[in-house]
Design a binder for this molecule. Structure first.
Ligand SMILES: O=C(CO)[C@H](O)[C@H](O)COP(=O)(O)O
Ligand SMILES: [Co+2]
Length: 235
């Protein structure tokens, strides 16, 4: 799939809830993905942690690759690693549709964003709660998506940082409508409305999906809130 087809595919899903696979049952990964598919998820958010950029380890490209032929869902890789340039080829080879890395890890991201896009994959830039919007603003023209962290990266199940609502508003104003805006961390039915009203497009949700008995009910409830309170789309 080429870059513009991938972008169309993601845009057609918006607004969307992307389950964070950090919080799934690792002993039943294929079953979890099949369940999410039946429950209407369209994007899988893969949190890759190296125990260095963040104080936690999760999984890597081999695991993503081994599940790639089991699903057609959009693969959204969130690389919380110190040296994404070194490992990029592994994530391209794993079949990711979007690859997001952190500005704190790569302060000069232009070349890496280009490598990702040249491979036909969507290029994303993420930033931590303490990093201002101004730090990523120079790169909006080079990114397909921007991921705003609404918790400190590294762990699921943390509380949403309320100042992220105002930050999302600043981000939307600065980025315009061309960049897809994601929010990640502490998102659930009680916290989603603020970022929705500020202009978020894609909502990563770990605990608020996998902590519920029925993933589909959780996803649909949040998607309804996002559609009612967030941006309108022509799709
Ligand atoms: O990037 C992440 C953590 O660094 C996760 O995507 C995020 O925290 C999801 O989990 P939850 O919805 O439980 O906060
Ligand atoms: Co994430």
């Amino acid at each position: 799939m080429d870059h513009s087809t991938r972008k169309q595919k993601l845009r057609a899903c918006l607004p969307t809830i992307a389950p964070s696979m950090l919080k799934c049952d690792y002993g039943n990964l294929q079953a979890e993905i099949e369940q999410l598919t039946r429950d209407g998820a369209q994007v899988l958010h893969w949190d890759v942690m190296d125990g260095h950029f963040v104080p936690n380890l999760s999984y890597g490209a081999l695991l993503l690759k081994s599940l790639r032929n089991k699903t057609d869902l959009f693969y959204d890789a969130h690389l919380m690693i110190s040296d994404p340039d070194r490992y990029l080829d592994d994530y391209l080879d794993a079949g990711c549709d979007a690859i997001t890395f952190h500005i704190e890890a790569v302060p000069e991201p232009t070349a890496l964003l280009k490598r990702i896009k040249d491979a036909g994959v969507l290029a994303g830039l993420s930033f931590n709660p303490q990093t201002p919007v101004s730090a990523i603003e120079p790169f909006f023209g080079e990114t397909d998506l921007v991921l705003l962290m609404s918790v400190e990266p590294g762990f699921g199940g943390q509380s949403f940082i309320e100042s992220s609502v105002e930050k999302m508003q600043q981000l939307r104003t600065a980025a315009g409508l061309d960049v897809i805006l994601s929010i990640d961390g502490g998102i659930g039915p009680d916290t989603l409305s603020g970022p929705a009203r500020s202009g978020a497009d894609l909502y990563v949700a770990g605990s608020s999906v996998f902590g519920e008995e029925d993933y589909g009910v959780a996803i649909r409830e949040m998607e309804t809130l996002a559609r009612d309170q967030g941006p309108t789309y022509s799709n």
